[in-house]
Write a protein that binds this ligand. Structure first.
Ligand code: C5P
Length: 228
């Protein structure tokens, strides 16, 4: 077994939440810690890949040897990812991208008006970064796209729905309860053939161990694709 099964591959990974500004001091975000994406970046590098990590606002150190690009919003993440997608063989979308952003950004801090009337905000839908890269991949034959699914119920059904909607070859479901911010998890790999737990015994394990198992599995999936 090669200790560097991803040598010669270039991986582009998104991680963390996005932050959608309302005004200069407030915004909409979520509880993603970025730990899974950072663990995947580290494991991919250890496995010999060249790794670019596009990270939303997180408090994590950059894994050694990984090129990191920091962004804040979904639009910035899309802008960073799209030109990079063509230079990479694999795209792993672990980021918990905010589904919506405030339709307009207030230049100044929104103040209470003294009449006890709370403001309302119109929202716009954010672009689906994974679906955009997948569409590009269908034109070029690369990158190989991997998505994630964090669901509270009916994981396999929802994961398969994402596989079809985003037209990607692999969706990874988080089986562990309340995985956001936690260190232990187990995964369900859903592809056109079926669903496989990782680790095979389904036991929750730390995210770095999972990421290493996942990179070994990914290397097998890529075996039929020539190095570019
Ligand atoms: O769209 P949904 O949240 O159901 O799918 C999750 C998967 O899609 C994750 O891989 C996530 O990183 C990716 N995604 C994305 N851009 C979005 C929403 C989700 O890349 N706007």
């Amino acid at each position: 077994l090669s200790p560097r099964p991803l040598a010669g591959r270039r991986l582009l990974i998104t991680a963390g939440p996005t932050f959608e500004a309302i005004d200069p001091v407030r915004g909409i975000t979520n509880l993603s810690s970025g730990k899974m994406g950072f663990a995947i970046a580290r494991a991919a590098r250890e496995a010999g890949a060249e790794v670019t990590l596009v990270a939303g606002p997180v408090h994590l150190d950059t894994p050694r040897g990984v090129r990191r690009i920091d962004v804040r919003s979904a639009l910035q993440m899309l802008e960073a990812v799209m030109p990079l997608a063509d230079e990479h063989d694999v795209f792993v979308a672990t980021a918990a991208v905010a589904d919506w952003r405030p339709a307009s950004l207030s230049a100044h801090k929104i103040k209470k008006d003294g009449k006890k009337i709370a403001p309302t905000f119109e929202l716009s839908e954010n672009p689906d970064i994974l679906a955009a890269v997948s569409a590009r991949s269908r034109e070029r034959g690369a990158p190989y796209c991997v998505g994630f699914a964090a669901e509270s119920e009916q994981l396999e059904r929802h994961a398969r729905e994402k596989l079809l909607r985003k037209r990607v070859p692999l969706i990874i479901g988080n089986l562990g309860p309340a995985t956001f911010g936690r260190d232990d998890n187990s995964l369900l790999l859903v592809d056109a053939q079926g669903a496989t737990p990782l680790p095979v015994d389904g036991q929750a394990t730390d995210k770095l161990t999972l990421a290493r198992l996942l990179m070994a599995d990914l290397a097998d999936r890529l075996a039929s694709r020539p190095l570019s």
